[in-house]
Write a protein that binds this ligand. Structure first.
Ligand code: GLA
Length: 704
């Protein structure tokens, strides 16, 4: 059980998970300091930290800089401030004082009020059972009356994490772009403020809202790692700050420069949750902790196995109709596919990307009898039926836009920048959100839809709302809240509906969307070689059980690279397997092998999707990943080798977390290995000499 201990005399709180503690201290000036974030401490041990003299000497900076958990702007604070406001009279300094605090059910709430102005700030900390992930968010409340005028919230970071002094600081993050998402970058943390942000209205392809920090010496297997992640699917900003005093903080929250948010009297602003974790055991252990946290505390159907899906996008593009889709569905079913997803091009005048978005009714030429004949056939074949939608968007060439040109984000006197020939609907408008809910609800109900691929293919531009009541900038947050509400309502009303988050590939991947969807399309790039890198970055925070990965054609339509079928499958089998190739052009031998590989995946997917993931090597010349059942009874290893050099055989692959005392049987070959030997000398690999060789080995524990 998590524990929250309090020492009133020293004004100290110790929040402890199974292996870590986070210590807060309120100093005489009512500043809330992050005193410790690391291995578990008792209350007594934490109190002793107060005897440590503050290092350095006061000069032209406030010694509190870089030590504050509630990181408010004011006085001699010149470093980053996670909470910044502007009162109606122009005052920007905050002087919060603690006025109350409460602890219950793993949650601590500290209530601060400004010394003069009508603003309260609650800091919320929540420890979930069985994890060292600590959740933090803020509630800002305008406590004044009508005469007080609005308070402008310039910045309200969900959390500012105070790191201990380390011998050095190194930052791990992912960066990317469309078709090249989540690529891991590990760099020394420079002095100053290192900012990652999305100003796009959505999570974005460029950065993902998490970081890991270590002292520069941690490895995949060893060393302490501090990490945090924001659960928000709109614009965000994360600031990793290294001061010349060697204090380091990471502050993260929704919103981005220069967008602000007005609070009117009586109104409150609840920030999204930013979660933080201290772990030992290297980046691998940090990832496993996050994977478990996502499964146990974020996902809504964590124990379900995700079906093997077929998606027609790469096979057909916009060229779809009922006959062609049924033909593909029959071929997919023969391979063992369990969910058939029809992608873009089925509705309105959507025969290309310049028309029809927003008109969510089947195209009458392509589907003269509606979707029912296809849906029925798919269901008869024993598969679920999935449908692509892009609800937040509209093509100007659509009935929807012709009827409601004012429903999109726009400014007066400014052009409406189109991207992929589309504009963004203003979901912050209650009428737009209500209309959208009606359309989607009808679509799902009428067509017995089991699965939605929910896409979002462009960022915000000219993000205006000319006839908004009050602050139009609220659209940045209200859009996301409206999206969440829509998803929550649909899921509540259709409990069997499952949803995939997609945003031109992996542009909307975060803990906020994962609380409302079941899997994420990791990238439009389905080239297996590139995917190894994208998926390696994905796996740093997010579990394999939410990572959609397809096997597509060779040469790859996007990169032109040719890769063997087994390798393509094995790469996709490290996540939620899907098939996206044009099955009409697969040779009989390929179809037969594909069916075998689908069956092989089904035999181990409970390990991949629900097990513990160990990145054994890579991503380099060889990438190998092991997934272990939580009861330790079985494990699967997928090894991917790009090229063999100098004729050398592939070295055996030492495995992780097995029982050295027991023996494990290879389910394919029947050979038996000693746990102790697998852990030290490794699993012998018998890979082809050809480029892009791969294997999957499933080992089960032999009875004693
Ligand atoms: C986006 C998605 C693709 C596909 C297309 C359809 O690019 O990422 O997977 O659905 O839209 O237009």
């Amino acid at each position: 059980m998590p524990s929250i201990a309090h020492d009133p005399e020293h004004r100290l709180w110790v929040l402890s998970g199974p292996g870590s503690s986070y210590v807060l201290h309120l100093d005489d000036a009512h500043r809330l300091r992050g005193l410790h974030w690391g291995p578990r401490l008792t209350l007594d041990q934490a109190v002793s930290l107060l005897n440590y003299p503050a290092p350095g000497r006061r000069s032209f900076e406030d010694p509190a800089d870089g030590t504050l958990d509630l990181d408010t702007a004011g006085a001699m604070r010149y470093a980053h401030a996670g909470v910044q406001v502007r009162f109606p009279d122009g005052v920007r300094d905050l002087e919060p004082r603690l006025i109350d605090h409460a602890r219950e059910d793993g949650e601590l709430v500290l209530l601060f009020a400004d010394r003069h102005y009508p603003l309260t700030i609650e800091t919320h900390y929540r420890l979930r059972t069985g994890t060292d992930v600590l959740e933090r968010h803020l509630v800002l409340r305008h406590t004044g009356g009508a005469a007080d005028g609005p308070i402008t919230v310039v910045r309200a970071d969900s959390a500012t994490w105070v790191l201990p002094r380390l011998r050095d600081y190194r930052l791990s993050q992912v960066r990317g772009q469309w078709s090249a998402e989540t690529r891991l970058a590990r760099t020394a943390l420079p002095y100053g403020e290192t900012v990652t942000t999305s100003r796009q209205g959505t999570t974005g392809h460029q950065y993902n809202p998490w970081v890991m920090i270590d002292d520069g010496h941690s490895t995949e297997e060893h060393g302490p790692v501090w990490s945090c992640a924001l659960g928000w699917s709109g614009g965000w900003k994360l600031t990793a700050q290294r001061l010349p005093t060697e204090r380091v903080t990471v502050s993260a929250g929704f919103g981005h420069d220069p967008i602000t948010r007005e609070l009117v009297p009586g109104e409150e602003l609840v920030t999204p949750v930013c979660s933080g974790a201290y772990t030992e055991g290297g980046f691998g252990a940090a990832s496993r902790l996050w994977h478990r946290y996502v499964r146990d505390h974020v996902l809504t159907h964590p124990d379900e196995l995700r079906p093997v899906l077929y998606n027609s996008w790469e096979a057909t593009g916009y060229d779809i109709d009922v006959t062609g889709q049924i033909e593909l569905a029959e071929k997919a079913a023969a391979l063992g596919v369990e969910l058939f997803v029809m992608d873009d091009g089925w509705f309105g005048a959507r025969t290309h990307d310049a028309a029809g978005l927003g008109d969510w009714a089947p195209n009458p030429e392509r589907f003269p009898d509606g979707l029912t004949p296809l849906v029925d056939r798919v269901h008869d074949l024993g598969m679920g039926f999935g449908l692509w939608v892009e609800p937040e968007m509209v093509n100007p060439d659509s009935d929807l836009y012709r009827a409601h040109p004012d429903w999109v984000l726009h400014h007066p006197h400014r052009r409406r920048t189109e991207h992929r020939n589309q504009l963004v609907l203003n979901l912050a408008r209650p009428d737009v959100a209500a209309w959208l809910h009606g359309r989607l609800d009808e679509l799902v109900t009428k067509n017995a839809v089991d699965f939605l691929k929910w896409d979002m293919n462009r960022p915000f531009t000219e993000a205006g709302w000319p006839d908004a009541e009050g602050d139009p900038d609220r659209l940045w947050t209200d859009h996301v809240h409206a999206l969440y509400t829509l998803l929550d309502r649909l899921r509540a009303d259709h409990p069997d509906l499952r949803i995939e988050s997609c945003s031109s590939g992996g542009g909307r991947l975060d803990l906020g969307i994962l609380a409302r969807t079941d899997q994420v399309w990791a990238s439009d790039n389905t080239d297996a070689v590139d995917r190894v890198k994208i998926q390696h970055g994905f796996s740093q925070l997010y579990p394999a059980g939410v990572m959609g990965a397809w096997v597509t054609d060779s040469p790859n339509p996007y990169t032109g690279r040719s890769v063997p079928l087994d390798f393509r499958f094995h790469v996709a089998m490290t996540g939620v397997l899907g098939i996206g190739g044009d099955l009409n052009h697969w040779a009989d031998g390929e179809l037969a092998r594909a069916a075998e590989l689908v069956a092989a995946y089904k035999a181990v997917r409970h390990l991949v999707q629900l097990g513990e993931q160990y990145r054994l090597t890579g991503p380099g010349e060889t990438t190998a990943v092991q997934y272990l059942a939580s009861d330790g009874q079985e494990t699967v290893v997928i090894a991917l080798r790009h090229a063999r050099h100098f004729g050398h055989r592939d070295p055996a692959l030492p495995l992780r977390a097995l029982d050295p005392a027991v023996r494990y049987r290879d389910t394919a070959t029947g050979s038996v290995h000693h746990g102790a030997v697998l852990l030290t000398h490794g699993l012998p690999l018998d890979l082809d000499a050809d480029d892009h060789a791969s294997t999957l080995v499933h080992l089960v524990r032999e009875p004693a």
